[in-house]
Design a protein around this ligand. Structure first.
Ligand SMILES: Cc1cc2nc3c(=O)[nH]c(=O)nc-3n(C[C@H](O)[C@H](O)[C@H](O)COP(=O)(O)OP(=O)(O)OC[C@H]3O[C@@H](n4cnc5c(N)ncnc54)[C@H](O)[C@@H]3O)c2cc1C
Length: 318
């Protein structure tokens, strides 16, 4: 009697081990899929890993900080039987028959039946500010670093940006005894509660319609030169918002690149399908109305469910 070998579970390559990627991997296991996670950092957790504020949107854990919550999720993720490649990045992705062939930068390669993009966002800055941050350790791009939490005390801080993160950080730093100047190119777009709180705080100066000054690195900070004034600051924080981490798509052959929205997020349907068969996306990369950990977790789960359903349909010839 000839016995058929058991069918091999479909392999799902998940790019990114933030909440969306970790949740997708976890759900893949319960849907009979084999997840392989490719994370470019040396740890799982994603953007919340250094958030020292309480996560207000995670039901069931009131008061828990983003970093404590992330530690909990990453610990669970690491306990799962999920093959995870850290410090790994995709170098090229092509189609091979009905499957994907992923070539990794380290020279390894992987064949997968589906791919989930879960690479999140990165802080936005101009090329000139990125260069300045490389030249000076007193220039920080984006929010939530341990230096902001622990290292900035009793000094003058210049914050560029006018949205929630700029004002939230001004309030946090003012509470630590710093004096903050917040410079927004146009009107402030931050939520009213932050604007009111900043306006009441004597150590915070809000400057709308403020041209970006000329910025000169100093040994102990940054000199900001406006046409009418020059002032030295201990630190410069750049809070210009975020860009989706879609640069990895340049490494996909053109036929496998998904459509993007007008603001450069990956376009998905309600099942997290991108429109390229077998390619899904979850989390901040898809530009959900309220990017958050619960949203990313839900989308990672939905992507796994969609893959299970689509693979079953493909295998039954539907
Ligand atoms: C300042 C701030 C405050 C926030 N506060 C809250 C809050 O209070 N509550 C809340 O619920 N949410 C909050 N959020 C939002 C929350 O952090 C995100 O919505 C959530 O982390 C999105 O998860 P994600 O998995 O989509 O992306 P991420 O968490 O960004 O994870 C993406 C992962 O992909 C990896 N990666 C990137 N590119 C590649 C690549 N090419 N190859 C492999 N891996 C790659 C990254 O290293 C990272 O590990 C906040 C965000 C910020 C910035």
């Amino acid at each position: 009697m000839i016995t058929e070998p058991p069918p091999t579970p479909p392999v799902v390559a998940i790019l990114g081990a933030g909440p969306a990627g970790m949740s997708c991997a976890n759900a893949c296991l319960s849907f009979g899929l084999t997840p392989v996670v490719i994370e470019r950092d040396d740890h799982a957790g994603g953007a919340q890993r250094s958030n020292f504020h309480p996560n207000l949107w995670m039901l069931g854990a009131p008061g828990e900080s983003g970093e404590a919550m992330t530690r909990r999720m990453a610990e669970h993720f690491r306990s799962l039987p999920v093959h995870t490649l850290y410090r790994a990045e995709v170098a090229a992705v092509e189609r091979e028959n009905e499957r994907f062939h992923l070539h990794l930068e380290a020279g390894e390669s992987l064949r997968a039946d589906a791919i989930v993009l879960a690479t999140g966002l990165r802080p936005r800055a101009t090329p000139a500010l990125e260069k300045l941050a490389e030249a000076s350790s007193r220039v920080l791009i984006g929010p939530l670093s341990p230096v902001i939490r622990d290292g900035i005390r009793d000094t003058d801080v210049l914050i560029l940006g006018g949205a929630d993160n700029a004002l939230d950080h001004a309030l946090f730093l003012a509470e630590k005894g710093n004096r903050c100047v917040v410079c927004a190119r146009g009107a402030f777009s931050a939520r009213a509660a932050f604007l009111d709180a900043c306006a009441r705080w004597p150590g915070i100066e809000l400057r709308p319609s403020c041209a970006t000054p000329e910025l000169i690195p100093l040994p102990t900070g940054i000199r900001a030169a406006w046409p009418d004034a020059v002032r030295d600051f201990g630190w410069l924080l750049v809070m210009y918002g975020y860009l989706p981490n879609t640069e990895v798509l340049d490494r996909f052959v053109p036929a496998l690149r998904p459509a993007l929205t007008a603001d450069a997020h990956v376009r998905v349907d309600a099942w997290q399908r991108t429109g390229v068969p077998g390619l899904y996306a979850a989390g901040d990369l898809t530009g959900p109305p309220q990017p958050s950990v619960p949203t990313a977790i839900a989308q990672g789960l939905a992507a796994a469910r969609a893959i299970e359903r689509d693979q079953r349909a493909a295998n039954s010839g539907q």
